[in-house]
Write a protein that binds this ligand. Structure first.
Ligand SMILES: *Cc1c(COP(=O)(O)O)cnc(C)c1O
Length: 432
């Protein structure tokens, strides 16, 4: 399998090169030259009868191609999907696909684990380490830190805004092994991101380090997200294919789902559930991509004004917005409605959502009202304990700490505080 750049000014590359370099040299995103058919796999036996790991291997194999031996891919997917992905029924028509049972309680665990293990394999035997540099507002960083924890040949540097991440998030960033360095930046998430962006264009640092980003433009993080949709369909009880509502920020997750649908997975329709950052809802309405800046919301992992993966969706639909509209609806949900939905979900279903999931639930319900109650599911992309303040305020009770993070509270924390200044960051990097 080869990947071409969406800007079409760089040579096509194999999976290994796409994973190691992240973005194409012409600044486009890598996109598979063909989407492999899953029909063979779906015909071989009913989806529900597949072992989860075997299914994951079969789905990922054509994308990885010959760039690693089958045994290695098998080990990587086994480690990647080593936790449950339950589809929980809330009513006759509404289901929640819980993607928060991974080690950092975030759906990003799957992409981060798959990518980290691919990089470790591809870099084995090289003298130079890979240095992964990430800015996080809280959620991505934990999954990346954990995914790369103690992975050989890779070090991770995570910048997060001091005092602005929740307690569980901070523990996830600061309790990893010695190859993960957490920097508490005295400033905002934007300050962290500005430092990381500048580092990637800094000739001195790039001469000294093999720098890589770990965001969802990387094919090794983006493509394994398809697996959620296969696992969900294994559990889907209705005849009719589901409508699927995906809380979306950079549109990596939903784009992976659309790839799975294109390969043959029976999904009726996709809903991109956005918060007040409504670039794509506006685009689907008007056909013109607006130029926006991000506004802060309760569902802060989706505070994105320029969704990076949307170019891949347009690629899949041949830049034809009318064709895309037949398969994708995009909805913008305000913070006020998000709060009401968290309360309504508790009242009506006795089900506790966090803000990202609530955006997905509301968008699904709105679509169902307009389409004869078509049954579907939304993705619950994080555990409520990661957004404790708003959830506790609405539910009236503290969110219990789940077992898989409780142990973090007894671990020693390591983090270095720095001012939001690029030169100080560079000094720290070079002084290590
Ligand atoms: C990253 C994230 C999202 C958005 O996913 P994209 O792939 O960027 O669209 C939604 N919810 C949570 C909790 C996230 O961390």
């Amino acid at each position: 399998m080869h990947y071409y750049s969406t800007n079409r000014n760089s040579a096509p590359v194999d999976f290994k090169t796409a994973a190691v370099t992240g973005q194409a040299p012409d600044k486009g995103l890598y996109y598979p030259e063909m989407i492999p058919s899953a029909h063979g796999l779906l015909k071989q036996r009913p989806l529900a009868d597949w072992d989860k790991t075997e299914l994951a291997f079969r789905v990922m194999k054509p994308y990885v191609g010959q760039s690693m031996p089958d045994e290695v891919l098998h080990r990587i997917v086994t480690e990647t999907v080593d936790f449950p992905f339950p589809l929980v029924q809330l009513s006759e028509q509404v289901f929640s696909l819980e993607l928060f049972h991974g080690p950092t309680l975030a759906f990003k665990d799957v992409g981060a684990r798959f990518m980290s293990r691919c990089l470790a394999h591809f870099n084995a035997g090289n003298d130079q380490k890979i240095t992964v540099l990430v800015a996080t507002s809280g959620d991505t960083g934990g999954a990346v830190a954990n995914g790369f924890d103690n992975v050989e040949g890779v070090e991770v540097i995570i910048l997060y805004p001091e005092g602005k991440v929740s307690p569980v998030q901070e523990l996830q960033l600061t309790t990893c092994g010695s190859n993960v360095h957490a920097l508490a930046v005295a400033g905002s998430f934007d300050d962290c991101q500005a430092i990381v962006k500048q580092a990637f264009t800094d000739a001195d640092l790039n001469a000294q380090y093999q720098l890589t980003s770990a965001n969802s433009i990387n094919v090794a993080r983006w493509l394994p997200q398809q697996l959620y949709y296969f696992f969900a369909l294994q559990q889907w009880p209705h005849e009719q294919p589901p409508v699927v509502s995906v809380p979306s920020g950079n549109f990596g997750n939903i784009c992976a789902g659309m790839v799975a649908q294109r390969s043959g997975l029976p999904i009726q329709h996709f809903i991109a559930a956005c918060n007040s950052n409504d670039t794509i809802p506006q685009y689907l309405r008007t056909g013109i991509l607006p130029d926006k800046t991000a506004v802060p919301t309760l569902s802060n992992a989706m505070d994105v004004a320029k969704p990076s993966n949307f170019v891949r969706i347009m690629e899949m639909y041949d830049q034809d917005v009318q064709w895309l509209r037949n398969h994708l609806t995009a909805v913008s949900v305000s913070d006020a409605t998000t709060r009401e939905t968290i309360a309504a979900s508790l009242r009506d279903y006795n089900y506790l959502c966090e803000p990202h999931g609530a955006v997905g639930l509301y968008a699904l319900q709105q679509y169902q009202q307009q389409h004869n109650g078509a049954a579907g599911f939304f993705l619950e992309t994080a555990h409520p304990v990661k957004f404790p303040d708003v959830v506790a305020e609405i539910s009236g009770a503290a969110v219990p700490i789940p077992d898989n993070v409780a142990h973090l509270f007894s671990l020693p924390q390591h983090s270095t505080r720095i001012d939001a200044d690029y030169e100080l960051f560079k000094e720290w990097m070079r002084g290590r």
